[in-house]
Design a protein around this ligand. Structure first.
Ligand SMILES: Nc1ncnc2c1ncn2[C@@H]1O[C@H](COP(=O)(O)OP(=O)(O)OP(=O)(O)O)[C@@H](O)[C@H]1O
Length: 399
């Protein structure tokens, strides 16, 4: 099978080149697996453009050994999804692309979800687990994609732009963090830049209205029930009328595919791994301040007080995803005994629509695997989950 080896020399702690030359290439050589091409990316967009052009000239299926972070994987998947097929890509049904990942980025959300880090594991052995899966001939696991259409106001008649995520599609706090953290990359190359950017944005609320759509498998939108620790049909979603409406303001709105965590220890959607979805689905994690009984209005004082609560609740994601079990007492105190109503609304659905209020600029930001997009005034974003139609197409990862 044609095999490409691509590495991003500048991502994460800039260790991809050393990992490749010292460990990956010798391992492949030992297994008699010689990549057809080895590419060090030279600029943003290089990996995506290179893979598109290679697939136009060669027929697949393909293996891509990728030493990078989630952003470079996203770039390749988005380029292939959004570039009209030419050459070999047009002549044949779309060929499957299977990735052996070598985690070299900052967060490595997909890798750490597929391979949850074990205590005391040797870092090099850990980084080579997907390459070993390829060499051992294990089957690759298909990826679900989250396709987010950014729609202009109806009057402009412009076709929507589509952002393609293999990890996360978000708005609100998470999109603000990603929008602001890039400027901190030089000063803080590690995960600390996300914490710094979070601290800058914790008091913001985002005004938008949201619709959640059902999965095909369940026929309804499901919601996590902290008491039974399982997804159950949402009380307002029935097979006849499955769409759930959520009013703002929102503090947090994150949807994920393929991952239970956004960093090795930040397990934001624990059920993606514990109770795998059937068919195409998104796990959506939402925090709405006005569900807190102690929040009586939208004011600076209440935003400040809620930001402390938000920090504590999201901190639960670092405790193996404990945040999804937290509930409110009548006075707004947060408890972990499963009684009361959930602080975090944790949904499993087939898609969502986010329509920001015109006057709220920050509510117009959408993050797709770290890329920041802006919804035009009067527009909206709609996101839906998609899985490969068969085992000969789509994207997959050796795991
Ligand atoms: N040589 C290069 N110079 C500048 N940017 C590059 C180069 N090669 C790739 N890129 C860009 O670097 C960006 C960041 O890479 P990547 O996402 O892989 O790492 P990361 O942000 O450190 O990790 P993660 O996404 O896991 O947090 C990607 O969007 C990619 O387009």
């Amino acid at each position: 099978m044609p095999t490409l080896l691509i590495y991003n020399p500048i991502c994460g702690d800039r260790g991809a080149k050393t990992l490749i030359t010292t460990h990956v290439l010798p391992l492949l050589e030992h297994a008699n697996l010689t990549p057809d091409v080895v590419l060090a990316t030279e600029h943003a967009g290089h990996a995506g453009a290179f893979v598109v052009s290679h697939l136009e000239q060669h027929s697949g299926p393909f293996t891509v050994i990728l030493a990078a972070g989630d952003g470079t994987l996203h770039e390749i998947i988005e380029a292939l999804t959004n570039t009209p097929p030419k050459g070999q890509r047009a002549a044949a049904p779309p060929a499957k692309l299977s990735f052996a990942l070598v985690p070299s980025g900052t967060a490595n959300a997909l890798y750490s979800s597929l391979f949850p880090p074990l205590p005391d594991e040797d870092p090099t052995a850990y980084a080579l687990r997907s390459v070993h899966a390829l060499i051992e001939g294990r089957p690759s696991a298909p990826l679900t994609l989250a396709l987010t259409s950014l729609r202009s106001p109806p009057a402009t008649r412009a076709p929507p732009r589509v952002a393609v995520s293999a990890v996360v599609a978000s708005t609100a706090l998470h999109a603000s963090i990603l929008a602001d953290s890039e400027a901190l990359r030089a000063e803080l190359p590690g995960l600390e830049r996300f914490q710094r950017a979070a601290a800058q944005n914790l008091t913001r609320w985002y005004n938008a209205s949201v619709k959640l759509f059902p999965t095909a498998a369940a026929g309804v939108v499901q919601m996590y029930d902290p008491e039974t620790r399982a997804f159950v049909p949402h009380q307002h979603s029935t097979e006849d009328d499955p769409i759930v409406d959520l009013g703002g303001p929102f503090a947090y709105f994150v949807s994920v595919v393929n991952v239970d965590r956004l960093e090795p220890k930040f397990r934001i959607a624990p059920l993606w791994r514990d109770v795998k979805p059937e068919g195409a689905a998104l796990d959506v994690v939402v925090l709405r301040p006005e569900r807190d009984p102690s929040v009586q209005m939208d004011s600076d004082e209440y935003r400040e007080a809620f930001s402390e609560k938000l920090k504590g609740v999201l901190g639960g994601a670092y405790q193996d995803g404990a945040h999804v079990g937290l509930t409110y007492a009548d006075d707004g105190c947060v408890r972990d005994n499963g009684e009361g109503w959930p602080v975090v609304e944790y949904f499993r659905c087939g898609g969502w629509m986010w329509e920001p209020d015109d006057i709220d600029d920050r509510a117009h930001l959408v993050c797709a695997d770290g890329d920041i997009h802006e919804i035009e005034k009067g527009g909206k974003a709609t996101c839906s989950a998609a899985t490969p139609s068969d085992d000969k197409s789509g994207f997959a990862v050796f795991a």
